[in-house]
Design a protein around this ligand. Structure first.
Ligand SMILES: [Mg+2]
Length: 426
């Protein structure tokens, strides 16, 4: 599965944090001063438009204060740090894996998410959630490598028509934007390198992307070579990626046989997927620390479209079907909106741990843990011998089975169910 990343970046973070608690600053030019109010360390776009430079001494700005209503704020790093924490917490709600990069930016791993929601819709959901939870405005850039998602974010900030979200997963769009951007603006290049590149005829991002990586390595460095590969959609940023051996995530989801319009039927479908996911997790001999539920209507049918997802960090890592179902169902209840015709729902488990490696607290009872594990082992054993769903949980059973896959022409489970074993007659 191809990897996709979203870079979420707060617009003028420090000034934005100030404006959250002092709305009279909205729309006014604002700079944040360094410690002791020495010089400007952050500017919002209105302040940039006045021509104020980074590092400009505050005493030079007096005229702007008087004539243009410039507001100078002393830096409040305790506030910015806490707002950053809230921003990251909101992001963690949106994606199974988040890689904080600096106080105001983080990469999200969106691999596989397109089966649930379009990248652009997802970007807007993240943007809206961060705004709702923290009041901070962000831009979201989505692309198959961290460097390209930086570029996408740059595009989202620069062009108001994007409404702050750019999906750069399409190669032609990547090339169009790369062609508009000077090489020096590509992440990791900078002014010094861009001069050397210019001397060799490489002026735009696109010319850099089209350069031969081996040639670049010879004349520059392995770091620049990596940038060239990233511009061609090959993720190489080990520091950010540190990916993720194959099984870092379990996703159980299927399109419904016919649309679901009833909450109970939806909960039964979600329980079904949660049960499957928990079984797979135990098969991997892992417990999970994070769980997300999602549901959506079809984008290809008429009527209003709705797609949403919600995740939580579990209080204790678990592989117990009952726990996983309980959380999955309560998330589904939060996500549910009446009046839609849902065509898909599912569960994502991640943040895997080896059982027994997480310290339990003073109040947890070890003997209960052991009984629970034995129960799950027995359940798996019965179901593996007698067939899936021989023993199941009440929530999975529901009179409305419209959510179940349409499988009118299903062939027998020749290789996985004893009763379906083909019989050869001679
Ligand atoms: Mg920023």
């Amino acid at each position: 599965m191809r990897q996709v990343f979203a870079l979420c970046d707060v617009n003028a973070m420090y000034a934005a944090c100030e404006a959250v608690f002092n709305p009279t600053l909205m729309g006014k030019p604002v700079v944040v001063a360094s410690n002791n109010d020495g010089c400007a360390v952050a500017r919002n776009k209105e302040a940039k438009a006045l021509g104020i430079k980074m590092g400009q001494p505050i005493f030079e700005l007096r005229e702007h204060v008087e004539k243009s209503g410039l507001v100078v704020c002393s830096s409040n790093f305790a506030l910015y740090g806490d707002m950053s924490f809230r921003f990251m917490t909101a992001l963690a709600e949106c994606a199974p894996r988040i890689m904080p990069y600096s106080i105001d930016e983080a990469f999200l791993d969106l691999t596989g998410i397109e089966s649930v929601v379009s990248y652009e819709d997802f970007g807007h959901q993240v943007k809206d959630l961060v705004k709702q939870w923290t009041g901070l405005p962000i831009c979201v850039g989505i692309a198959p490598s961290p460097t390209l998602s930086k570029l996408a974010n740059h595009g989202a900030k620069k062009y108001p028509a994007t409404h702050g979200v750019v999906d750069l997963t399409d190669r032609d769009r990547q090339r169009r934007l790369l062609n508009l951007v000077p090489a020096g603006e590509i992440w990791g290049i900078g002014s010094k390198l861009s001069k050397r590149l210019a001397a060799m005829g490489i002026n735009t991002g696109l010319q850099l992307a089209d350069a031969d990586p081996k040639w670049i390595r010879k004349h520059f460095s392995v770091v620049v070579e990596r940038t060239v590969r990233e511009l061609n959609g090959v993720p190489c940023h080990e520091d950010i990626l540190e990916v993720a051996p194959a099984k870092k995530q379990i996703l159980c989801s299927k399109s419904f046989g016919s649309p679901v319009t009833d909450l109970d039927a939806m909960l039964s479908a979600v329980s079904h997927h949660a049960t499957r996911a928990a079984e797979k997790l135990r098969k991997e001999k892992r417990e999970c620390g994070y769980l997300a539920t999602f549901m959506s209507t079809s984008r290809y049918r008429s009527g209003d479209h709705y797609a949403n997802q919600k995740g939580i960090a579990l209080p204790y890592p678990t592989s117990d079907t009952r726990e996983i179902c309980r959380h999955a169902v309560s998330l589904a209840q939060v996500l549910w909106r009446d009046g839609y015709r849902y065509n898909k729902a599912g569960i994502v488990l991640s943040d895997f741990r080896v059982p027994g490696t997480c310290q339990s607290d003073f109040f947890s009872r070890i003997e209960d843990d052991e009984r629970d594990q034995e129960l799950m082992r027995t359940l798996d054993k019965i179901n593996s011998i007698a067939g899936k769903n021989t023993v199941r949980f009440g929530r999975q059973v529901h009179k409305d089975t419209s959510w179940q896959m349409r499988r009118a022409n299903l062939s027998p489970a020749y290789t996985t169910r004893w009763s379906d074993l083909p019989i050869a007659k001679c």
